[in-house]
Ligand binder design. Sequence first.
Ligand SMILES: NC(=O)c1ccc[n+]([C@@H]2O[C@H](COP(=O)([O-])OP(=O)(O)OC[C@H]3O[C@@H](n4cnc5c(N)ncnc54)[C@H](O)[C@@H]3O)[C@@H](O)[C@H]2O)c1
Length: 156
Amino acid sequence: MSIAIITGSNGLVGAEATNFFCDKGFDVFGIDNNLRNFFFGRDGSTIWIKKKLKKRNKKYKHFKIDIRNYAGLEKIFKKYNKNISIIIHCAAQPSHDYGKQYPFLDFHVNATGTLNLLELTKKFCPVAPFIFMSTNKVYGDNPNNLKIIEKKKDGN
Ligand SMILES: NC(=O)c1ccc[n+]([C@@H]2O[C@H](COP(=O)([O-])OP(=O)(O)OC[C@H]3O[C@@H](n4cnc5c(N)ncnc54)[C@H](O)[C@@H]3O)[C@@H](O)[C@H]2O)c1
């Protein structure tokens, strides 16, 4: 069993990562508690994305856990430890304006949540790569300057 843990699996980035790693044959454990619904109201809810992911991917397993909940996360890391091959951390409060308005909530989700995941990775699956999505406020517009030509999959 090769497990990819994807936090924020029902968000914009996490859902794409989920499909990608399911297609690669991983067992994807998605961790998302739909906090987006709390941040942005009903229009921000990701329940429909969860349903779509479950329907598309047989290898997707969902965990409704808050990444601020260390003990809740620990149960998964402790049980599956060395079977965890990779962690892709996409769960976040992603809005800068929201963060300015609610700095403690923003800090707890983005900083404490990340620390919880890093500590559990170190403790239970230290050789697994940890991919952190960070924010485009760090790298700005630079990806648009990369000399990449998008082609069809067959190379035509
Ligand atoms: N979307 C982009 O273009 C983009 C670009 C660069 C970086 N990023 C970064 O990628 C990360 C994800 O961005 P996104 O656009 O997918 O955001 P998103 O809001 O679409 O997804 C985040 C997901 O995390 C979940 N979540 C939030 N708090 C949680 C918690 N405490 N516990 C469990 N789940 C929780 C939400 O319910 C949501 O489904 C962010 O850190 C963002 O800064 C995004």
